[in-house]
Design a binder for this molecule. Structure first.
Ligand code: ADP
Ligand code: MG
Length: 146
């Protein structure tokens, strides 16, 4: 599924829609460079999951956690991760992914360690305010987009 957005707000809106469809155990891996809109999209996911909009880049923390009553959102930034040892040192393997939702920025850096059923979202900048957002979800969400 490919969506084109024309403003940050449209990206948030699309992500809210997706966030409402996410379930415990879902892992989203972003592909796309600096300024693509990964953090903006994650803000929408958090809203859709009912966790508010207070989402910022976890570049320095490596992971931000947004907690809810039913579900938490773990928001990783793998920009500086190069090896599996690095990954382990973020505490990545200690998170309860089964009962929560995780999103990963710079997932390119840990592609070898992602689960098979990972949902990939590629964001391409196609103009100053235009973004092509490709969601590889095995057609799980397509029906909700009609
Ligand atoms: P990333 O996390 O991929 O580095 P951010 O979400 O932090 O990207 O930043 C995206 C930047 O692109 C923001 O400055 C935002 O205002 C801008 N932008 C412009 N158009 C869009 C759009 N359609 N969707 C998302 N962001 C957009
Ligand atoms: Mg970011």
């Amino acid at each position: 599924m490919t969506i084109t957005t024309h403003s940050p707000q449209e990206t948030v809106d699309a992500a809210v829609k997706l966030g409402k469809l996410l379930k415990a155990g879902d892992m989203i891996a972003f592909r796309g460079g600096l300024g693509a809109g990964k953090t903006t999209f994650t803000r929408g996911l958090a809203i859709g999951l009912g966790l508010g909009d207070n989402v910022s880049s976890p570049t320095f923390a490596l992971v931000n956690e947004y907690r809810g009553d039913e579900i938490n959102l773990y928001h990783f930034d793998m920009y500086r991760i190069e090896t599996e040892d690095d990954l382990e040192s973020t505490g990545f393997y200690d998170y309860d992914f089964e009962d929560n939702v995780a999103v990963i920025e710079w997932s390119e850096n840990i592609s070898a360690f992602l689960p098979k059923d990972t949902i990939y979202i590629t964001i391409n900048s196609v103009g100053e305010n235009d973004r092509e957002i490709i969601i590889e979800d095995g057609d799980r969400f397509a029906a909700a987009w009609d």
